[in-house]
Ligand binder design. Structure first.
Ligand code: SF4
Ligand code: SF4
Length: 160
């Protein structure tokens, strides 16, 4: 399968091991870090108050996440310049994803939005349950129509 470097979209192989298991998500929100490029970047590691993200001494190493240390606080989403970190959650009776969002207009709670894949394809429609301003970005939490979309939805767009 083609790599992120070739397509700009993470392949299944590149995502392997990055998605928190359902059992973990039923206990509370957890981050997924979709950053695979070897770039000199580490604000996510420095920002995590719980030491859940590790890059280490080689600043070009891709980050790894300890699912059990992550508390789902969202701090790392707001500092990632690549908008490559998301929160997944199955603990509130629905499948929810929280996304960094930097397009206007910003959706509001209750809005119905289009759910977009990593490649920008429309996957369905969801409902915004929460929005919060975090530094220079917005964090948008969306309820998904199916648990299977947790690993697929990575952006939203206000419905026309
Ligand atoms: S969501 Fe919070 S606890 Fe989890 S990795 Fe990010 S900063 Fe750390
Ligand atoms: S801040 Fe974002 S782009 Fe930088 S290493 Fe962390 S996940 Fe990757």
């Amino acid at each position: 399968m083609a790599s992120f470097r070739e397509t700009g979209v993470l392949s299944r192989e590149e995502l392997a091991g990055r998605l928190p298991p359902g059992e973990r998500l039923r206990r509370g929100a957890c981050a997924v870090i979709e950053c695979v490029e070897e770039i000199p970047c580490n604000p996510c590691e420095e920002a995590c108050p719980f030491g859940a993200i590790t890059i280490g001494e080689d600043i070009t190493a891709p980050p790894t996440l300890d699912f059990e240390r992550c508390r789902g606080c969202g701090t790392c989403l707001a500092v990632c310049p690549g908008l490559a970190i998301f929160l997944l959650d199955l603990s509130r009776g629905a499948a929810e994803v929280t996304l960094p969002h930097e397009l206007l207009p910003v959706p509001e709670p209750g809005d119905e939005v289009e759910l977009l894949s990593r490649a920008g394809e429309v996957l369905g429609r969801g409902r915004v349950v929460e929005t919060r301003r975090a530094r220079t970005t917005w964090l948008i939490t969306v309820e998904l129509p199916a648990e299977g979309l947790l690993g697929e939805v990575r952006a939203v767009r206000r419905s026309p």
